[in-house]
Design a protein around this ligand. Sequence first.
Ligand code: PEP
Ligand code: MG
Length: 759
Amino acid sequence: MPDKKPEKQNRQGVDSRTLLKRLRDILAEQGEGQERLDKITYIIACSMDADVCSIYLRRDEKTLELCATEGLNPESVHQTRLRVGQGLVGRIADLARPVQSKDAPAAKGFRYMPETGEEVFSSFLGVPIQRLGEVLGVLVVQNREPRVYTEDEVYGLEVVAMVIAEMAELGAFTAEGQQAMAMPHQRPFFAKGIVGQEGVAEGHVVLHEPHIVIANPVADDPESEKKRLAEAFAKLQAEIDRMLKTDQLAATGEHREVLEAYRMFAHDRGWRQRMEASIESGLAAEVAVEKEQSNTRTRMERVTDAYLRERLHDLDDLANRLLRILAGRDGNGADMPDDAILVARNIGPAELLDYGRKLKGVVLEEGSVGSHAAIVARALAIPLVIQAARITREALSGDEILVDGDAGVAHLRPEESVKTAFHEKIAMRAEAQEEYAALRDLPAVSTDGQRIRLEMNAGLMADLPSLEGSGAEGVGLYRTELQFLLRSSVPKRTEQADLYSRVLDAAKGKPVTFRTLDIGSDKVLPYMKRQDEPNPAMGWRAIRLGLDRPGVMRMQFQSLLRGAKGRPIRVMFPMIAQFDEFRAARDMLLEEIRREKTKRHSLPSDVKIGAMLETPSLAFAPDQFFRMADFISIGGNDLKQFFFAADRENERVRRRYDTLNVSFLSFIEQIANRCNDNDTPVSFCGEDAGRPVEALAFAAMGLRTLSMRPASVGPIKRLIRYVDLGKTKTIIDQARASGEQSVRPALEGWLKSIGAPYR
Ligand code: PEP
Ligand code: MG
């Protein structure tokens, strides 16, 4: 403890620069964490002429602990604890903003803690100690006599709290055995998210947007800091102007709107002036940017309006860019470890593809199951967890992390016991993989002799190697739009034809079903003008767009016919809702075949033309439709969303209705019967076909072909080969007859009783 108190400041202004310099000296000195905190509370109390200064740090997610105090009873240090939200201190942590009171004991929410002896102090001012929107603790000053703290004092204390947060990040306050004083990024963190792609991975964090660690949060020379900030702004503005000019982006579309918003923010005087004011009070330029970023993030957590949230995200991204420029770290220059697990707020499909197979796993704070990034992760067979709240704030580059894509969770900086359990899981999975490999060349035949054809879904060249590895018998759904989605302009006809040709080469004679462009709804091409539709999933998408703007579809037909190079192909149209749409699209394709013939181009040896059944209406189309279609593929993802009127992308309702709901299952059965009655081959290619129990139920309902992600072929084949499909049907029928809402309990109960591998 310093033996001589520095001179007291007058109340009108805290000399924050001098105070910050003292803090910096404390940071530079050798010493224990506790000693540092004690000194800090002491010098803040002196320079603010406060009777009390206390620092509360987060002990865990929900609790704050008094870690140092000047003025309160020293015995209460590490004894007094509060829940976040409780008392004035807890409220500050909860709201992430300052709270003051002239008469604290009488203030609403005040919580009396007798052990501290604080009842004699009337006035209270507390500010959050936060970094990048995350509250690490609370800094409080108190005075005996009732008084109001000036705006300058509040601001000054906030600036001090910023420096304390940076010091905490640098590990300045760690102490053996004191949980609240552990470095913020050293505790284990469990992130509960959602399954994006199954699989497990163990490795080290690579942050898509790396954190900048600020070694010196206090600046000596505000003028030179302001100059650095000005230069960084100039660079940022030039970067955005360059992005707006590059021909990578078309003149219209969403990207441009985002960049225009960026440009506006980058020129926003208020934003920059606030940073300059922080620098004036003694902060380094980086910390001044982070202070603004903290405010943005706090606001982001409270705003519910989607548009406003997006704009706040833009502002957050810009602050990240500024920080990187200031730190001289433009771009993702960090070396990738061999076992890289990518952690990001969100990521675009093209960016993810750039990282490619170098990644062992991906954890996203946002994202959705149907997003393009999720599709790419699936194609690359990388375990993916989405919607893992707080992960980008908690993770630091190089942290150990376990990704459990099966459960949709990630363990950051795991404890030994968690690691042991995880290793057991990896070993069990490896055993199962061996079992699937042994089945690879065997057919999926049930014990009562029913043969089910198992195919795989694909959309990228990267998918094709799985055809051989998984034992799939063909590609039941090739999503051609991915080639379009990953590019910045429409791929040329030769490029398309080349891709289709390479896909057929890779399939080595196994059949491939190409689905024509399925865009619109969630699949918006970066170079396509965004349609302002109130309900895009039911809007102008897929075949509707293809028929209304036939140019692109025609070009795709030509590419398919030429890419086939004389081999047989299968073509199907997405989102056919009525017979006429199928007839019109089919006529267009037949017309193109005729034209190619006239031009004496070589033609595929056979062209099968089918429809995707993704709207309930098509199940009730006339028999003529079923007879005209060479095959039908049930797009269960869309069909289910329209059947239950539940958005497939909306996490609130997505899982509300079970696929094994008797209504849906009976509907699938009806479709299978109609197709069988008309001799129309039918398959199911939605995600549910890749889930063992669902796949089994579909097979029992009469579907003989299922198309799924490659990793599902093994588990589903193993289950089908284990069961009697006739008996499965009986179990389902009994459950239906008994008035159950879903046949799942009955079916899973039975599978369990016979020891079937259904999980
Ligand atoms: C479907 O809707 O089930 C389907 C396979 O198509 P997508 O998921 O591409 O919409
Ligand atoms: Mg669909």
